[in-house]
Design a protein around this ligand. Sequence first.
Ligand SMILES: [Zn+2]
Ligand SMILES: [Zn+2]
Length: 369
Amino acid sequence: MDLPHMSKAARIKGVDILGTGDCLYRPWLDELESNLEQVGDRYENNGVAYIIQAEVETTIGGRIHHLLFFPSLSSAYKLHDIILEGGYSRLTSGRPQLKMSPEGLVSLARGVGALIGPSHAFTPWTSMYAAFESIHDCYGTNTKHVTFLELGLSADTQMASKIAELDSCTFITCSDAHSPSPDKLGREITRFYLNRASFREIKKAFEGVNGRKIVLNVGLDPREGKYHLTGCRRCKKAYNLEDIIVEGRVLKTCSVCGGPLKIGVKDRIQLMTLKSNEVSSARRPPYIHAVPLTEILKAMKKSQRLNVKEVYEALIQQFDNEIAVLIDSPLASVKDYQPHLAEILERFREDTIDFEFVGRGGWYGKIRI
Ligand SMILES: [Zn+2]
Ligand SMILES: [Zn+2]
C-alpha cells in the first residue's frame, strides 16, 4: 500500500483527498516526503491530494485511539521528535502507543498546529466512550480544542447526534484502509464543501468558519457492526434496554444461557442521553449507509450470472468512479445499464435495506441483498 497504488485506487473510488496514515512512523514519513509534491497549500501524488495524518493510542486513563491531522510534513517531523525526546514512545509502529493522557496529547498536537479528535469514538474497545463517560472526562481542559470526532463502524450520525455534549464536534467518517482495494479504501467517506481539498480548508470546515462544512457522511450501516445491539456472546440473543435494567442495575449475563452480555452501542448512547439533561441542537449533514460496490456485485452474482470484475470495471468506465455509482448518479441511468443494481442502490439510498441479522454480542450483522 504505497502512494502510487493509493492514488490510483482513490481515482477509481472517486476520492479527492486521502489521509496518509501512519505519519509518525519514521520510515513511512520519509517515504511520504520523497513521494509527495507540494502544490500550493497542499500535497499531491499523481494528481491526488493528501492530508498528513496518523492514528495514535494514549495509555494514561485507558487505551484510547485518536486521529491527528497535520498542516505539513515538517509539523509531523516536529511532533515525531518531541514524542521521542519526551520518552512517550519509541515510535516503532504505524499506530504508536504513547504514555500520556488524551489531554496531554491535545497540548502536544496544538503545539505543532495539528488537529486532533477521537477515533471510532463508540467502539467497545480502545475508544473514548469505552474508557470515559464524557468527552470532558477524556480531554479535560483541552476539550474545547477537539473539533471533530470519527464515528467509526459502530455509530452513525443518527445515533451520535443524540449526545448534546458533542454539539460542537464535526462528525467524520473514515475507512482506516489497510489495503488499496476498492472494498477497503474509501469504504467510508466524508464529503466537504471547500474551496480546495487542503488542510487549511478542512480545518475551517471542522471549525465551521467561512461557510466551509461537511455536507455528507457515507458509511456502513451500524447494524452491520458487531456491537450494535445488546446481546449474548454465547447464544446471540438480543436484549432491549428495558429488559437489561433490573432494579436500577444493568444485567451482565444472559437470562437464557448464562453467557456474558455485551452492551450494544445503541443502548450505550441511550443510557448516556438518559443521564444527561441536555438536548442536542446541532444540525448535521445527512448520512448515507452504503457498502462497497464489489460487495453488492458479489451478492448479485448468487442470483444471476455475472463476472464481478468485468461489471465493476465497466461501471467505472461508464460513471467515472465508484462513489458516482453508489451515491450520485441518477438511478435511471444505472437502470439502463444494470436494472437489478439500480434496484439495490435505490434501497441503500432510501435506507430501506433489510437485515438477516443485526449485529450484537461480538457477532457481525448481515445485510439481505
Ligand atoms: Zn483505532
Ligand atoms: Zn445467551
